[in-house]
Design a binder for this molecule. Sequence first.
Ligand SMILES: NC(=O)c1ccc[n+]([C@@H]2O[C@H](COP(=O)([O-])OP(=O)(O)OC[C@H]3O[C@@H](n4cnc5c(N)ncnc54)[C@H](O)[C@@H]3O)[C@@H](O)[C@H]2O)c1
Ligand SMILES: O=C(O)C(=O)C[C@@H](O)[C@H](O)[C@H](O)COP(=O)(O)O
Ligand SMILES: [Zn+2]
Length: 365
Amino acid sequence: MRKLIVETRDRVYPVFIGYGLFEGGILSELDLPFSSGALITNQKVGPLHAEKVSQAFLKRGFRLSSLALPDGEEFKTLASAEVAYHFLLQEGLDRKGFLVTLGGGVITDLGGFVASTFMRGIAYYQVPTSLLAQVDSSVGGKTGVNLEEGKNLVGTFYQPYGVIIELSFLKTLPEREYREGLAEVAKAAFLAGGEFLEVLRVQSEALLGRDYSVLEDVVERAVLFKKEVVEQDEKEKGLRSILNYGHTVAHGLERALGYGTLRHGEAVAIGMMVEAMIGLELGITRPQVIEIQKVILQELGLPLRVEVALSAEDFWAILKYDKKREAQHIKFSLLRDFGDPVFGVSVPEETFKKVFDSVRGAVLQ
Ligand SMILES: NC(=O)c1ccc[n+]([C@@H]2O[C@H](COP(=O)([O-])OP(=O)(O)OC[C@H]3O[C@@H](n4cnc5c(N)ncnc54)[C@H](O)[C@@H]3O)[C@@H](O)[C@H]2O)c1
Ligand SMILES: O=C(O)C(=O)C[C@@H](O)[C@H](O)[C@H](O)COP(=O)(O)O
Ligand SMILES: [Zn+2]
């Protein structure tokens, strides 16, 4: 079992990574000074893994009442949050109560948002079950829901009280969802560069084959990288926006195609390719980044093409909802090189449109 401590101004909390954590009594490592607890999951993950988690909490004296929301990105909404609030009230949760989120990134984002707003904030623990949620969304305290206009447009920064990354939960994760998680792993490795990137290059086959000893190491590296960024800039005043590499385009694609059509990780993989080309066009990104990035993402089994019926102009209009926008400037997080990210790059509309049109037939269909 590996343990990292995330130290932010708002909260200091542990992240446990390993196998058999719940059977091994991981909860004895946590202080649980609460009145009662509830679990938020979805209708797919709940039947697979909720029992194990609930049993472990029961041993610590908490019978968790459980809410299983419908599965899917299209349910990461204020309406789902409202369902959760009513459920918590009905179950008698008070301000001393706590939440456990059990699921992929949709549930960790939504559950975190509910925890941060219910009675103005209650404690919560993240139990991520998708690779993407284990390496990214469960750590760092970004919570939120989507609006029709764009991804994560309503949300909070609200750190969990602890994160329990049980790697054996990945055994039931379908292949497509596993691979999309590798996109966020790749993003972290591209941003970190150095040894992390080298490990990813050497181990891409093992990772794709879910070699669990390699996975443990890689999940720890990704979480460690994220922790170091979040600790320096919890509320994204600047540096943290490097974690948004590929995301300006990715979020635009998710919104344009309809939530859930393209998985978030798939959109990030395509987004990183397009944004690397924008960086090249601006003279920021070294040409070798594009080729190496492409090879790695392909080796990880990620799709690098998508059909988008929108014109560059219509897509640009969607990007205006990106949260990194400042007045009329849409700000991108790019790479100069691996391990050398840059943020706050204002990309002119003409440059974006030129690149968008130039990747037609290649990245965008
Ligand atoms: N807050 C952050 O820092 C952050 C970071 C990255 C992504 N995100 C958000 O995360 C979301 C994407 O997360 P995701 O890719 O995990 O999507 P998801 O939550 O929809 O999970 C993917 C699919 O896998 C299923 N699943 C999850 N774990 C499973 C398991 N162990 N066995 C079987 N099925 C399982 C889910 O039910 C779902 O069908 C997006 O909304 C994205 O915006 C947030
Ligand atoms: O933790 C962060 O910071 C990130 O940006 C991680 C991203 O992978 C993640 O998709 C996040 O939800 C994006 O946040 P947003 O602020 O662009 O909505
Ligand atoms: Zn992401």
